[in-house]
Ligand binder design. Structure first.
Ligand code: UDX
Length: 470
């Protein structure tokens, strides 16, 4: 089965390791038995994807309501393709959900930790309670040696701490081998990111264990990096911090474009054609949100601070992101001649399209600010049903704009981009459309008699077109 492992083949040592592993699986069994602790975004998509690859997967969660739902076809999150994949693999008997640690951990070859690592309240540090509880649960219920893999985004040094915890609780099952295998999946395209990862990062002091985890992904033919545990953990933080930096950079450039009458969408297009820069994550807008970027930049800043460093760039990235929504609100205020007592429709509640996740949503933060300034806010989202308590709920995007003085497009759902603008014009009281994600065609909006504002965009220009060769 594992003939052509696509793992870093630079050393003879590693080639030998891979061949050992190939033989182990070829001789002993066709599929690996994988247990995933935690059925949040990462755990669910990782579990479903491993099952799809043919492995035998058991997912454990302490939330019995969630497990009952999963066993009755109810998904706790909105993620395209996930429901079908879970359904398919449950039917084949390759994917099981349980709250029972003894059942879930029985005969596992690999035990993945995929629980939440939220930011602590009133601190930039990471709340590691769930990771260490998962490690203690594994130590308590494991009955045979297994490779433990940490997928939860955790501060540098966590893998070593997990290893120490397991060793002190269950020395007889040692030596424990713990591997860092950070996830890079994006909500909204999580399945695709799991099945077609740009890279697989494995960190372990025992390279045999790292290569064994790498063998689980062999059918994906993705590049694999094997390194030490601290470097693997750092790759995750540095990657997210770099992407957040690109976003804050382009948002700062957008403000400068606004001041100097340039068009940031065209600027990003022109910059992005340089392969050293790249087009991705140069979409100016309302700033980043979600469960990862804000907390991961904060955690990396915190780790640097604790090391006696002064992470000026990371601090600025966070500050620019937080300022962005206030800058947007100021532009809105100028364009509307005041926010108080205005009726404002907001399209988009989640932190980005194709998800119902509202954690650290910039759309909600902006709407909250407008509400605080005295505006009446009505919100609509294609998948988030409940808006925040301060806002009115609308059941369609057109209902949301009825009688509105202004419309704010706060996430770039396709259904917003393809709007019939003449209908919006008919329903609104005012005429202002603020495209805070730069996702609309200004000309189409303006053609319906509406005023268009983007983020650092020249409203009179069409969006950057495909480059023309000369
Ligand atoms: C991110 C990382 O991309 C992923 O690799 C990691 O494992 C988890 O965190 P996610 O939070 O799901 O994924 O969403 P992502 O698509 O990265 O967007 C994050 C935020 O940045 C969103 O609020 C999005 O609207 C914003 N964003 C993204 C921009 O404002 N501009 C861009 O150009 C790209």
């Amino acid at each position: 089965m594992r003939q052509s492992l696509n793992i870093n083949r630079r050393s003879t040592w590693l080639r030998r390791t891979l061949s050992d592993i190939t033989q182990k699986f070829a001789c002993e069994e066709e599929v690996a038995r994988i247990t995933i602790v935690g059925t949040g975004y990462v755990g669910l998509t990782t579990g479903a994807s491993f099952a799809e690859m043919g492995h035998d997967v058991r997912c454990i969660d302490i939330d019995s309501e969630k497990i009952r739902g999963l066993n009755h076809g109810r998904l706790p999150i909105f993620e395209r393709g996930l429901g079908d994949m879970i359904d398919h693999n449950q039917t084949l008997g390759r994917l099981i959900f349980t709250t029972d640690f003894d059942l879930g951990l029985k005969d596992a070859d690999f035990i993945f930790i995929a629980v939440g690592t939220p930011q602590l309240a009133d601190s930039s540090s990471v709340d590691m309670r769930f990771v260490f509880k998962a490690a203690r649960d594994i130590a308590e219920h494991a009955c045979a040696p297994a490779i433990v893999v940490n997928k939860s985004t955790s501060p540098i040094g966590t893998v070593r701490e997990i290893c120490n915890l397991l060793t002190s609780h269950r020395p007889e099952l040692g030596p424990w081998r713990v591997v860092s295998n950070p996830e890079f999946l994006r909500e909204g395209s999580a399945i695709d990111d799991c099945m077609r990862p740009a890279r697989i990062v494995l960190g372990c002091d025992d390279h045999h264990a790292a290569a064994a985890v790498g063998s689980l992904y062999e059918t994906l033919h993705s590049p694999v990096i094997i390194t030490d545990t601290n470097s693997a953990e750092m790759i995750k933080y540095a990657s997210n911090a770099f992407l957040a930096t690109k976003i804050s950079f382009i948002n700062e450039v957008a403000r400068i474009c606004h001041a100097l009458d340039a068009d940031v969408a065209t600027v990003a297009e022109g910059m992005g054609l340089d392969p050293r820069i790249g087009r991705e994550f140069l979409q100016a807008g309302l700033g980043y949100g979600g469960s990862c970027f804000p907390k991961d930049v904060a955690a990396l800043t915190d780790m640097a601070d604790r090391s006696g460093l002064h992470p000026q760039l990371l601090t600025a990235v966070t500050q620019i992101n937080e300022d962005q929504r206030h800058w947007v609100a100021e532009i809105l205020e100028t364009a509307l001649g005041g926010i108080s007592a205005r009726s404002i429709a907001v399209w988009g509640i989640a932190f980005k399209p194709c998800t119902d996740d509202t954690r650290k949503s910039a759309a909600i933060a902006l709407a909250d600010h407008l509400h605080t300034c005295g505006a009446a806010v009505t919100m609509f989202d294609p998948v988030v049903v409940e808006p925040p308590a301060f806002a009115e709920a609308a059941s369609t995007k057109l209902d949301a704009v009825a009688g509105a003085d202004a419309l704010i497009v706060a996430t770039e759902w396709e259904e917003f981009v393809t709007t019939e603008w003449a209908e919006v014009r008919r329903r609104m009281r005012g005429d202002l459309v603020f495209d805070t994600r730069n996702c609309l065609d200004p000309l189409l909006v303006q053609a319906a008699g509406l005023r268009y504002i983007g983020v650092g965009r020249k409203g009179a220009f069409s969006p950057a077109e495909d480059p023309v060769a000369v």
